[in-house]
Ligand binder design. Structure first.
Ligand code: NAD
Length: 243
């Protein structure tokens, strides 16, 4: 795939599992990308060390990188016993990202939300992006991700910033540090001898490169999304898009 965009990208959380695949996908199509993260794991693109709860750090990275599009994937991982951290990073941090984006006249913000924000413990079949978050979230991670998504979407149009949020379900693939590790830990603890439900439970998984690609498409389509379409109608992809 060759880039048709003229954007310069700042991938927030770009040292992470999904963030790294987004950086790879951007580089593969010839785009310019930098990373903003609290940890550095790669050295092939400009790196800005910082916490998204500090607006000045994000602003500095935006100025130095010249970014016109932010792809914001940063979040503490699911499953921590720290409600305050989720709120601080996902809600306050995402608000700081938006404020920095507007102050620096960034044109686009793509936010990685989560399919978990619409889960209330009961079956969800055939849902689309119109499904709202339940009144009671499953946990602090999902509550904070839902609030962050709300803030991101409400900011659309503010100061010329265009925003979009994606809700991936489980992500798998090379570089994953959560899903497979969790499965191994369960296995090593000998906790594989029970089952929840009648073994017909289903869960959505997406391959990480596809999720990364979805972020690039979302960024590309933000300025000119094309004619409004019924989200329930199947998409017909062009030959280039299916490559
Ligand atoms: P990850 O932990 O591998 O990557 C997250 C990155 O964010 C890390 O590099 C981390 O250092 C960085 N980060 C965390 N707090 C930060 C802060 N305060 N400031 C700056 N950087 C910070 O996680 P991932 O699996 O790549 O997930 C990426 C995004 O996708 C997250 O927003 C997550 O909620 C969402 N998501 C993940 C899954 C999944 O199955 N992995 C599913 C749905 C949604």
């Amino acid at each position: 795939m060759t880039s048709t965009s003229k954007d310069v990208y700042l991938v927030i959380g770009g040292s992470g599992f999904l963030g790294r695949h987004i950086v790879n996908a951007l580089l593969a199509r010839g785009d310019t990308a930098s990373v903003f993260d609290i940890v550095q794991r790669y050295h092939d693109v400009p790196f800005y060390s910082g916490d998204i709860t500090e607006q000045s750090s994000i602003s500095e990275a935006l100025t130095k990188s010249g970014a016109t599009c932010i792809i914001h994937t940063a979040s503490p991982p699911h499953g921590l016993d720290d409600d305050a951290l989720y709120w601080k990073v996902n809600v306050e941090g995402t608000s700081a990202v938006i404020a920095a984006a507007i102050a620096n006249k960034v044109q686009k913000l793509v936010f990685t939300s989560s399919a978990g924000i619409v889960f209330d413990g009961s079956n969800i079949i055939g849902a689309d992006e119109r499904l709202p978050a339940p009144e009671r979230a499953m946990d602090a991670y999902n509550e904070s991700k839902a609030k962050a998504e709300e803030i991101v979407l409400a900011a659309n149009g503010n100061g010329g910033l265009l925003t979009v949020a994606l809700r991936p379900a489980g992500i798998y693939g090379p570089g994953d540090r959560q899903v497979m590790q969790g499965l191994y830990e369960v296995y090593n603890r000998g906790q594989t001898h029970f089952q929840i439900g009648d073994n017909t439970n289903l869960f959505d998984w997406s391959y990480v490169e596809n999720v990364a690609y979805a972020h690039l498409l979302a960024a590309d389509k933000l300025v000119d999304p094309g004619p409004e379409r019924d989200p329930l109608e199947p998409l017909s992809l062009s030959a280039e898009e299916t490559e």
